[in-house]
Design a protein around this ligand. Structure first.
Ligand code: DX5
Ligand code: ZN
Length: 220
């Protein structure tokens, strides 16, 4: 499985979003965190800002919706041109119907799990998704520390995807850095979100390359 690096712009310099997106031109995606102050205790931005990112970003947009009622709101992010749209399983009423709708609109369909949400309910439905995001922090803020206890769930998820013979990506998000990316890759992740690690680096593209190399040595 190839390594995918998707830096989160949450803690970038928001007064210069275009410049900050250009700083990560070596990434596979730009990870754009949408927070509604209901599903998580933080508010970031909504559709108009994400549409602007789609317009100016040199790389495709990976939208992570930390919002209530994704059944109602997520399709608009696919229509806006996001390459991948991730909604939370805990917030969705009809996750499979929603995933099918996202795919029909031309986006990759992805479902996210908080650190303590079990993976097993997805096992029979993996073919409905292009990616599963296993949060390695409680969603809501950048700069938190990696929750190591998610690793056994990641390993079970990797086994389920492999034994189903599917090409479902497993993404980790939260506290991913040079110090943690190898363990996440070893446990089964192939797609990595890193916010503060990339944006606090002097040269963001060099940091992306370093993270990619560390992950590639351990990815399954
Ligand atoms: C947290 C967000 C993450 C966050 C990652 O709720 O979903 O994407 O920005 O930031 P770091 O890499 O700093 O943990
Ligand atoms: Zn995120």
């Amino acid at each position: 499985m190839s390594v995918v690096i998707s830096p989160s712009i949450l803690n970038s310099d928001l007064s210069d979003l275009k410049g900050e997106l250009e700083r990560i031109s070596g990434a596979d995606f730009a990870h754009v965190d949408v927070m509604d102050n209901h599903f998580v205790p933080n508010l970031s931005w909504g559709l108009p800002v994400v549409e602007a990112c789609v317009r100016v970003s040199p790389v495709p947009i990976d939208a992570h919706l930390m919002i209530e009622n994704p059944d109602r709101w997520a399709p608009a992010y696919a229509e806006a041109g996001c390459a991948s749209v991730t909604f939370h399983l805990e917030a969705a009423t009809a996750p499979i119907k929603l995933a099918r709708e996202l795919r029909a609109l031309g986006a990759k369909a992805s479902v996210a799990l908080r650190p303590s949400t079990p993976f097993e309910p997805l096992v029979d439905h993996l073919h409905e998704f292009d990616m599963v995001l296993l949060m390695t922090v409680e969603p809501g803020f950048g700069g938190q520390s990696f929750i190591e206890s998610v690793m056994p769930k990641l390993t079970r998820a990797r086994k389920a995807v492999s034994s189903a013979g599917l090409d479902v990506r497993l993404q980790v998000d939260g506290g991913v850095s040079r110090a943690t990316i190898e363990r996440a890759a070893e446990a089964g992740a192939d797609t990595f979100v890193a916010g503060s690690a990339v944006y606090s680096a002097e040269n963001a593209n060099d940091e992306i390359a370093a993270l990619r190399e560390l992950a590639a040595a351990h990815v399954h």
